[in-house]
Design a protein around this ligand. Structure first.
Ligand code: IPE
Ligand code: IPE
Ligand code: MG
Length: 251
């Protein structure tokens, strides 16, 4: 187990770029879809661990807008696996009082996924212990563009004054409205890039990159990432002294 599961050092929001399913399969001479299948095991382990630790927000990048461009059979398998996952996980989400949430263009998903997704969203809507957000048909730039369009429409109707716009007005029109920004972003498989994930929201997130491929990611790797996060010094543009005043001084 992790040394200090100190609540103060625990992130409120962890976001994960789950990458490396295809390479995991290729290394074993298996079709890519087998990697995606095994990736679901990792999802379960991480959700369970986050829930046990009391992390209130977990966001998983499951399918990007750009991923629609993959071969049709891979896209179909991913959609089928997503449906299976939602059907199988519902009892667990209920048991652990986890609310499911979606960011991205969920309306672009095939009807057989949307149906189960909508049901899961409504059944779990009242859960407050933890929010599990799936990024589906998600892209950060397209999310910002959609928010900009909403603001432009509101301005055109005279509901909002362009010169009075604030950052909060933008944040409130993103898919993540109401959620805290991620404190920690984890990316697996050794890739050192953001791939259009939560571009606005990660302005001050801490990043942890690991070479582990997503199907091999489990509780142990998650705890390692949390441990690394707990040792980071977040400064938000301030000096070290401002960001972390010496303890034991004033009382
Ligand atoms: C992540 O694994 C899953 C999705 C993007 C849907 P990949 O499928 O990207 O695996 P690699 O990067 O090809 O190994
Ligand atoms: C990012 O992984 C998207 C998801 C994890 C869903 P990709 O495999 O699609 O990203 P790139 O192509 O390596 O940047
Ligand atoms: Mg990839």
């Amino acid at each position: 187990m992790r040394g200090g599961t100190d609540a103060a050092a625990l992130p409120r929001h962890v976001a994960i770029i789950m990458d490396g399913n295809g390479r995991w399969a290729r290394q074993r001479g298996l079709p890519r879809v087998e990697g995606h299948r095994m990736g679901i095991r990792a999802v379960r382990a991480v959700v369970e661990c986050a829930r046990e630790l009391g992390i209130p927000y977990l966001t998983l990048y499951a399918f990007s807008v750009e991923n629609w461009g993959r071969p049709e059979n891979e896209v179909t398998t991913l959609m089928t696996l997503l449906r299976e996952f939602l059907l199988k996980e519902l009892p667990e989400l209920i048991r652990h009082r986890i609310r499911l949430n979606v960011i991205g263009e969920a309306e672009k998903l095939p009807a057989y996924v949307r149906e189960v997704l909508d049901r899961t969203l409504s059944v779990t809507a009242g859960h407050t212990e933890m929010t599990l957000t799936l990024a589906l048909s998600y892209a950060g730039r397209s999310e910002i563009l959609r928010a900009a369009k909403k603001l432009a429409e509101e301005a055109a109707r005279g509901r909002i004054a362009a010169e009075k716009l604030t950052e909060d007005d933008i944040a409130a029109r993103l898919d993540t409205a109401g959620m805290p920004d991620p404190d920690l972003v984890i990316r697996t498989s050794g890739e050192l890039r953001v791939s259009n994930f939560l571009l606005w929201q990660t302005a001050y997130s801490e990043f942890v990159f690991t070479d582990v491929l997503w199907p091999d990611f489990g509780k142990a790797e998650f705890l390692l990432a949390l441990d690394e996060y707990s040792r980071r010094h977040r400064r938000f543009g301030l000096t070290e002294e401002q960001a972390e005043p010496p303890s034991g001084g004033i009382s």
